[in-house]
Design a protein around this ligand. Structure first.
Ligand code: SF4
Length: 395
C-alpha cells in the first residue's frame, strides 16, 4: 500500500504518463514497481518457469529475461504458457541486445514489454560516420525505418517498450557528438523517444543506467529536466548497473536509487546484485519502505543503545523482529531507556522501553500501558497487539 503521509515530505514526484505492462502500471499515480531478472537460460523452459515463479512469489512484480537469439525469443511462448498452466500469468519483459530487430519482433508477441538498448540495437548504417546534420537526419530516418516493425507489433498488442540506455554502451555516434557523458545518455534516449512519438507510440519507459552512482544520478536528473521540457513525460526505470554483491552492492544501489526517488524521480526500480536475484527483492522493498513510498512490512525504530540501556538491545530487537516481521503497516519501537526512549519513538504504534533494571514498559503510541518483567516483554507486546485487533498469525 502507499503510505499517504511520508511522500509528501519528499520532493513532489515527477508527473509521468501511466504505462501499462501486462497487469502492472508504471508511472502515473501507481506505486513504484519492483522488478528483477532471472539468470536462467530461457531455452531451459522448466528452469526459467521455476525462477520466474519464485521471483514473483518473493514480491517481484515484473520479471525480466534475456533473449540472445531467435530460439530464446520463441521459447518465451512456452514459458508464458507454462507459467499460466502451473502458476499464474506473470508480467514479463524481454531484454534484446545485439542484432535485435528480428529477435525483438518475435519476442514482442510473447511478453508484455521489450527492452532495447539504443547503443546496441543495430540499425543498419545508422551507427558509424553519421556526424553532419544531414548524416544525423539520415541516421534518424534509418532508425525510424528499422524501429517501425517493432513499434507496429507492440502498438497493435498494446504492449510497452523500455528505451534502456547504458553508460557503457552508447553508440559511436552519440559518443562522437556528446562524449561519454550524462548528456550523451539523455540525448540517446531523446532521439529514440522522439522517433517513437512520431509514430504515435507512447507505451514507453526510459532507463539511463550506469555503474558509477554519480553518473547515474546526473543522467536521470538531466533526463527529468530535458524530457519534461520537451513534453516527453515518460516514466523512469531506475538502477545502478554492476553494483556488485554484499553490503557495498546494496549501499551503491541504495545510494543511487534512493537519492533519485527522494528527488521525486523514478517509477520502477531494480537493484542489480551479483547474487541470487531473489535477494534483490527485499532491498527494493526496503528502499521504498525507508522513503515511505510503499509500506510492505513493519517499520522498526530502535535506539543504538548507550550507557543508559537497560537490556540487551540487539537481542531484544532481533526477538521482536522475528515475532512481528510478518505483520504490515505497523511501527514498532524498541528503546533502551525511559529517559529518551518515549520521546524519540513518538510516532511508533507500539513501544518496548527499558523502565528499570529487569522491567520494561510497553507503550501504545505515547501512552505507557503496562510494566512487565523483561522475560515476558516480547510475549506481552504480542498480547497488546492482539488485544488491539492488529495481529495476524504468521503464515
Ligand atoms: Fe541511550 Fe536511552 Fe537513547 Fe537508547 S534511548 S540511546 S538507551 S539514552
Amino acid at each position: 500500500t502507499l503510505d499517504s503521509t511520508a511522500p509528501a515530505l519528499l520532493a513532489p514526484r515527477r508527473r509521468t504518463r501511466a504505462v501499462r505492462v501486462g497487469t502492472v502500471t508504471i508511472g502515473g499515480n501507481a506505486p513504484v514497481v519492483v522488478q528483477s531478472m532471472i539468470n536462467e537460460d530461457t531455452l531451459d523452459t522448466a528452469a526459467a518457469v521455476t525462477a520466474i515463479a519464485n521471483l514473483h512469489r518473493a514480491g517481484c512484480e515484473l520479471v525480466r529475461v534475456t533473449v540472445p537469439s531467435i530460439a530464446h525469443a520463441r521459447a518465451l511462448e512456452r514459458i508464458r504458457k507454462s507459467l499460466e498452466d502451473t502458476y499464474q500469468p506473470v508480467p514479463l519483459v524481454a531484454d534484446v541486445h545485439h542484432d535485435g530487430g528480428p529477435i525483438a519482433l518475435e519476442v514482442a508477441r510473447h511478453v508484455d514489454k521489450v527492452r532495447i538498448n539504443p547503443g546496441l540495437f543495430i540499425f543498419r548504417r545508422a551507427r558509424l560516420g553519421d556526424y553532419t546534420p544531414q548524416d544525423i537526419e539520415r541516421a534518424k530516418a534509418q532508425i525510424r525505418e528499422d524501429l517501425k516493425p517493432l513499434i507496429d507489433v507492440l502498438g497493435e498488442q498494446d504492449k510497452a517498450m523500455r528505451i534502456g540506455v547504458n553508460h557503457g554502451s552508447l553508440s559511436e555516434r552519440m559518443l562522437y557528438l556528446y562524449g561519454d557523458t550524462p548528456e550523451g545518455m539523455v540525448q540517446s534516449a531523446i532521439e529514440f523517444l522522439e522517433i517513437c512519438e512520431q509514430m504515435h507510440f507512447h507505451n514507453l519507459v526510459v532507463s539511463l543506467k550506469a555503474s558509477r552512482v554519480p553518473v547515474m544520478i546526473a543522467a536521470y536528473r538531466l533526463a527529468a529536466k530535458m524530457l519534461d521540457e520537451r513534453g516527453l513525460n515518460y516514466p523512469f526505470h531506475l538502477g545502478v548497473t554492476e553494483a556488485g554483491d554484499g553490503e557495498y552492492g546494496r549501499i551503491k544501489s541504495t545510494a543511487g536509487i534512493a537519492t533519485l526517488l527522494a528527488d521525486g524521480i523514478g517509477d520502477t526500480i531494480r537493484v542489480s546484485l551479483t547474487e541470487d536475484p531473489i535477494k534483490e527483492i527485499p532491498v527494493c522493498y526496503g528502499i521504498l519502505q525507508a522513503l515511505g513510498l510503499r509500506r510492505t512490512m513493519v517499520e522498526y525504530v530502535a535506539c543504538p543503545s548507550c550507557g543508559r540501556t537497560l537490556f540487551n538491545l540487539e537481542t531484544v530487537l532481533h526477538r521482536v523482529r522475528e515475532a512481528t516481521k510478518h505483520l504490515t503497516g505497523l511501527n514498532i519501537a524498541v528503546m533502551g531507556c525511559i529517559v529518551n526512549g518515549p520521546g524519540e519513538m513518538a510516532d511508533a504504534d507500539y513501544g518496548y522501553v527499558g523502565r528499570t533494571p529487569g522491567i520494561i514498559a510497553l507503550y501504545r503510541g505515547r501512552e505507557e500501558i503496562k510494566k512487565v518483567p523483561e522475560s515476558e516483554g516480547v510475549a506481552e507486546l504480542i498480547n497488546l497487539i492482539k488485544a488491539d485487533g492488529r495481529w495476524v498469525e504468521p503464515p
